[in-house]
Design a protein around this ligand. Structure first.
Ligand code: EPZ
Length: 440
């Protein structure tokens, strides 16, 4: 398993091109299953989760053509060859659950391996299943699989989400596009990635009202047409690199993104001490290194502070002047970065779903281990500031959601290298790619 080695203490100066959002790309890929017409996606990030999802689609019979260098994926589900999402696909990535709604709507039956939990929580899919039942699906569980049937097709209905679920909302929106009649969803997730999916479905011919609100109306069934859609910029990657500047100071321009994607995050980071300046296709973020203010945080659904930036914010607060409380309200086990941060000298105590962070004057580099996608990038941020060398193992977690992170950071002056398993020397190839990552 690869590792990443970085030496901390250097301010960041340069430009970073933000990639398309992983959490927009995955539902957009699933949407192709609804239609027998081609769907072309642009601004597709090169991530292992995207490759895993594309492999699942190919297993189901979708024609998948990737032009990775240009970030373009061409898809066509002319015919579906299998109705089964097997365990060895789904266990790699729980977002595979996103094939459930479109496959059921298109084919009338699906066998989906239960995704199982993951490092950050049990992550059930009961909300997805109840939503499909509201559209007339018959669902039962057998031998670790969800078996969903709608032999006469799905029928439009009403469903109020018992809790806000991002992929749950996306699954039911897609299923409703092929249901006969009108579907009204209440308590729907309002994340930008849900809105991006709705924009893509409308380009494909769907009739959907209410995007950006918690009440959606979908008029089915849809006569789908060929479509092209550009993947939304990644707001979590954007917030991550903004906080990277807060860790070590400097000034970085983030391109192909927008301040508007972070309505709660930016005001909080400004109050902490970062400075933001809007540019034509993104923004500049700067920090003079004269002291971060410790401010409390409670994660919540959009437009609140995203849980996917909680670990990164905690890294920032380890160096703030004072102490603060960080409350995680979305997932039940999303503090696994705490013991790893403590190895770097952070002073954090956890009680229930709240972490109490006391700022320290500096962090000290050490070997640490990534445990999940966002916890791993939190350790990169901490390593940027830590004195000396930090080596992060199990970086396959990082590769799931951050396109060429070492290239993007090295282009801003960071001493960072990937140690390929088996030979602990730096893979020199990536330095030349540093420009490509930021110039595409
Ligand atoms: C999406 O996961 C994202 N993944 C997550 O990003 C993100 O953290 C999460 O939304 C919250 O914003 C993708 O979009 C692919 P939920 P999702 O359903 O849809 C509970 C990352 O790091 N719940 O909104 O799976 C659930 O356990 C990943 O990029 C049920 O109880 O999250 C959680 O406590 C991590 N029953 C809460 O709801 C259900 O049927 C929110 O989960 C579904 C969810």
């Amino acid at each position: 398993m690869d590792k990443i080695r970085l030496t901390g203490g250097r301010a960041l100066h340069g430009k970073i091109r933000i990639s398309g959002a992983k959490n927009a790309t995955l539902p957009l890929l699933a949407a192709c299953l609804l239609s027998d017409k081609p769907l072309t996606l642009t601004n597709v990030p090169r991530l292992s989760d995207v490759e895993t999802f594309e492999a699942l689609l190919a297993h189901l019979g979708v024609e998948v053509h990737q032009d990775s260098a240009r970030g373009i994926t061409r898809l066509c589900a002319k015919e579906i060859l299998s109705h089964e999402a097997p365990y060895d696909h789904v266990r790699k990535m729980r977002a595979s659950v996103l094939v459930l709604g479109p496959l059921l709507a298109r084919c009338g039956e699906v066998r989906l391996s239960l995704p199982g939990g993951c490092a950050i929580g049990a992550r059930p899919i009961d909300v997805h299943l109840k939503g499909l039942e509201a559209l007339g699906a018959q669902i039962h569980l057998e031998e670790g699989y969800v078996v969903a049937k709608a032999p006469q097709g799905l029928v439009g209905g009403e469903y109020t989400f018992p809790i806000v679920s991002v992929t749950g909302t996306e699954n039911i929106i897609m299923a409703a596009c092929l249901a006969k009649g009108t579907t009204v969803l209440k308590g729907a997730a309002q994340e930008p990635e849900v809105t991006d999916l709705i924009h893509c479905l409308k380009a494909m011919g769907a009739c959907i009202e209410g995007e950006g609100t918690s009440t959606l109306t979908i008029y089915g069934p849809t006569n789908f047409v060929e479509a092209t859609h550009a993947v939304l910029p990644d707001r979590i990657e954007t917030g991550t690199y903004a906080m990277a500047v807060g860790m070590v100071g400097g000034s970085v321009e983030l391109t192909h993104t927008s301040l508007s994607l972070l309505p709660t995050v930016v005001p909080l980071l400004e109050a902490v001490g970062l400075v933001f300046e809007e540019t034509q296709d993104g923004f500049k973020v700067s920090y003079d290194g004269h002291g971060l203010k410790a401010l409390d945080l409670t994660t919540s659904v959009y437009p609140g502070f995203p849980t996917d930036l909680q670990a990164q914010y905690m890294a920032l607060m380890t160096l703030a002047k004072g102490e603060c409380h960080i409350q995680e309200t979305i997932f039940e086990n999303r503090f696994m970065h705490v013991p790893e941060l403590a190895r770097l000298g952070a002073n954090i105590s956890v009680k229930g779903n709240t972490a109490h962070v006391r700022g320290v004057p500096h962090l000290i580099g050490a070997p640490v281990m990534a445990t999940d996608l966002r916890a791993s990038v939190c350790l990169v941020l901490a390593g940027l500031a830590a004195e000396g060398e930090t080596v992060i193992s199990r970086v396959y977690h990082l590769d799931r959601g951050y396109e060429e992170i070492e290239n993007k950071l090295s282009a801003c002056g960071v001493s960072i290298e990937r140690l390929v398993e088996g030979n602990d020397h730096a893979s020199s190839q990536f330095v030349s790619q540093a420009q490509s990552a930021n110039n595409r």
